[in-house]
Design a protein around this ligand. Structure first.
Ligand code: CTP
Ligand code: CA
Length: 223
């Protein structure tokens, strides 16, 4: 039994957060990935722990150390990330998809290092599973929060993702703005849910994470 206090509203709750990029192997020495640093996801993990939650990060390859009192599952590919998420998702109260999951993987990764030959070569890609949409489609799903990295029409695209992926909430960031989002220490977010919106201006990711967690807690209790 946990006493839910005002400063620890997530006491007794479990939060799972995906963070960082995924790596999609081309051959044993090469991969496709992106510039996600994992900073936002790790900051959210700390913010959730401070509010009393038991937190698990499912992390792609990042250069960050795991914050104390947080469980971390290391993964590489999107398929691995989905597998890791699904093994423990039924115990979670909140799921936050913060990872920059590669939309495509190599159709057939080579088990041998590919040798160069012709001037041009092509890689056949195939769509990865959508981890966030898989979680939100579960019959007994946690409160499900997504991120949206956009370079234009930020709010419109994010609202569309909120609906399409049937999310409880989405946090959208404009990755076209220098020094915000990918690999940066600061970020600005438009937090959107059915019937509401809250703009969080550019600030340090750790402070931003605390503000986003507060909005999540507030919205959960309104449900
Ligand atoms: N996401 C996911 N699994 C994927 C792709 C995305 O879980 N295979 C999650 C991300 O973690 C993020 C949200 O979905 O929380 C939105 O990611 P984003 O790349 O902005 O959206 P997509 O649906 O992939 O659409 P697009 O890249 O075409 O804009
Ligand atoms: Ca994507």
């Amino acid at each position: 039994f946990h006493h839910v206090s005002a400063d620890k509203p997530l006491l007794g709750k479990r939060v799972m957060i995906t963070a960082g990029p995924t790596r999609e192997a081309i051959d044993p020495v090469r991969y496709i990935s992106n510039h996600s640093s994992g900073k936002m996801g790790y900051a959210l993990a700390v913010a959730a722990r401070v509010l009393g939650a038991q937190v698990t990060i499912v992390s792609g390859p990042v250069a960050l150390t795991c914050p104390s009192q947080i469980a971390k599952i290391d993964v590489e590919s999107a398929e691995d990330m989905l597998k890791a998420v699904m093994t423990d998702i039924d115990k979670q109260d909140i799921f936050i998809g913060c990872a920059a999951v590669a939309d495509y993987r190599i159709e057939q990764a080579s088990s041998d290092k590919i040798k160069k030959s012709a001037e041009k070569m092509q890689l056949a890609l195939t769509r990865n599973p959508d981890i966030l949409a898989t979680v939100s489609a579960l019959p007994q799903r946690p409160f499900t929060v997504g991120f949206a990295a956009e370079t234009s029409n930020v709010v419109d695209y994010a609202r569309d993702k909120l609906k399409r992926k049937k999310l409880d909430m989405i946090a959208a960031n404009d990755v076209s703005i220098a020094d915000q989002g990918f690999n940066s220490d600061s970020n600005a977010l438009q937090v959107i849910w059915d019937g509401g919106q809250h703009a969080l201006p550019a600030m340090n990711k750790q402070i931003l994470a605390h503000q986003l967690m507060s909005i999540i807690v507030e919205n959960m209790s309104n449900k």
